[in-house]
Each structure stands twice: as structure tokens, then as C-alpha cells.
Design a protein around this ligand. Structure first.
Ligand code: HQG
Length: 197
């Protein structure tokens, strides 16, 4: 994707997941924003883009991060929110195993306290290890954790699959977690992770 569209994608993640207030944008309870209002407020706040560029980002986005409503007038982030939204997804039976990529320095804490959503609304999981690896890499030296998702589901946990194939659940208790590769890196001190987008 060209650099200006990557910049626009990051801007959209920022306002649609984390800080709609930054451009005085209103999200409805399901996380949708009016496309016309988003363009108007974004431009007024100094990020110049038009309707075509917005649609180009939505269509070419490497992770399909954004969804457009059926009537074509609204947009929302498919996942990743820190603002409170009710995506309205139906609970689904997950595959036996899901994966979560993290950095080695968080593993010790995760294995004792479980996976927590931290600043986001829910914990993000993937059906394949390759995705988990790239998610983990964003935070440091990656490590992949295996989650016994179907067993969690059988014991009452709810799982949701987003429009862009990310699995969400509220939290993962330690008894359903195991490292799938690598081990904790005791040389690295633990810090709170930052939201990169
Ligand atoms: C860690 C990206 C210590 C957790 C990705 C992660 C994803 C703990 C970090 C989506 C912990 C939170 C979300 C505990 C969890 N102790 N650390 N008890 N529990 N953590 O960025 O899952 O590209 O909020 O392991 O692809 O990395 O933006 O979550 O390292 O789908 O579309 O706390 O964001 O999507 O970090 O990423 P994040 P994430 P996009």
C-alpha cells in the first residue's frame, strides 16, 4: 500500500478504535461512524482525504481492518477497540486450538495471570500461528501461546469471529494456556504494552 494510504489507515484505526473524540467524531454503540462526518471532521482536524481514498484503504487494507455498512454510509473498525463498543457478533464455536502472539517479556505474567484484554475490549486470538507470530513481533521478541479454545468454550467462555477473521474472547485463564514455542526471556524487564494502532 502507498505510504499516504498507510498513514490514512493508521489515522482511521486511531479514531475508529481509540480516540473518536480527537476529531469530535461520534461512534454509535456498535462502533459505526458516518463516512461523511468522518471525512469532514478528519479534514477539519488536518488529515486530508476524500471518499475514494477512504474506500481504497478499506479495500486494499492488508488485514481488512475496516467494515462498511450495507448501505455504504457508515464505517467501523472490525476489531481492536479500546473505546467501548458492542460489535453485535454472534458467539461461535472456536476451533480446538487458537493462538496468541506476544513478546517474551510478557509470558511469565500471562502464564500466571492469564491473557487479559489490557487497553482493548477483548483478547485477540488467531486461528493460525503465522498471524500470531506477526502480532507478537509488534511488541518485541515474539512468542506464540496456544489456547485450548474449544475446552474453554465447553466450560462456558464465549468466542466471537470478527469480519476480518480475528477471534475475540473476554480473557483466557492460565489453565487453558501453554507456550507453543520459545520461553520467557528473563533478561528483559516487563513493561506495560503500548497500543500501536
Ligand atoms: C499482552 C493488531 C502481561 C498481550 C493485532 C499483548 C491484533 C499481557 C499486549 C490486535 C497480559 C496487549 C491486538 C498479562 C495480555 N500480563 N501482558 N496478563 N495479558 N498481555 O496491542 O493482541 O494490526 O492490545 O499478549 O493483529 O497484541 O492493529 O493486543 O502483547 O489482532 O489491526 O498485552 O491488534 O491488529 O497488546 O493485538 P495489544 P495484541 P491491527
Amino acid at each position: 500500500m502507498p505510504a499516504d494510504l498507510i498513514r490514512l489507515s493508521k489515522f482511521l484505526s486511531f479514531v475508529l478504535r481509540h480516540k473518536p473524540d480527537a476529531i469530535e467524531l461520534t461512534l454509535d454503540p456498535q462502533g459505526w461512524a458516518s463516512i461523511d462526518e468522518l471525512i469532514e471532521r478528519g479534514n477539519a482536524a488536518g488529515t486530508q482525504f476524500d471518499h475514494d481514498e477512504l474506500l481504497q484503504v478499506v479495500e486494499t487494507n492488508d488485514k481488512k481492518r475496516f467494515s462498511i455498512s450495507a448501505d455504504g454510509r457508515r464505517i467501523r473498525a472490525a476489531q481492536g477497540h479500546s473505546v467501548t463498543v458492542e460489535l453485535g457478533l454472534s458467539p461461535q464455536e472456536p476451533p480446538p486450538v487458537l493462538y496468541h502472539g506476544t513478546a517474551t517479556r510478557f509470558v511469565e505474567s500471562i502464564l500466571s495471570a492469564g491473557l487479559k484484554p489490557q487497553a482493548r475490549q477483548q483478547v485477540h486470538l488467531s486461528a493460525n500461528e503465522a498471524t500470531a507470530h506477526s502480532v507478537g513481533q509488534r511488541h518485541g521478541k515474539p512468542v506464540i501461546l496456544k489456547i485450548e479454545a474449544l475446552r474453554m468454550h465447553a466450560q462456558g467462555s464465549k468466542f466471537y469471529l470478527t469480519d476480518n477473521d480475528v477471534w475475540l474472547t473476554d480473557q483466557v485463564p492460565p489453565e487453558f494456556l501453554a507456550p507453543s514455542s520459545s520461553t520467557t526471556d528473563s533478561a528483559t524487564t516487563s513493561t506495560q504494552p503500548k497500543l500501536s494502532r
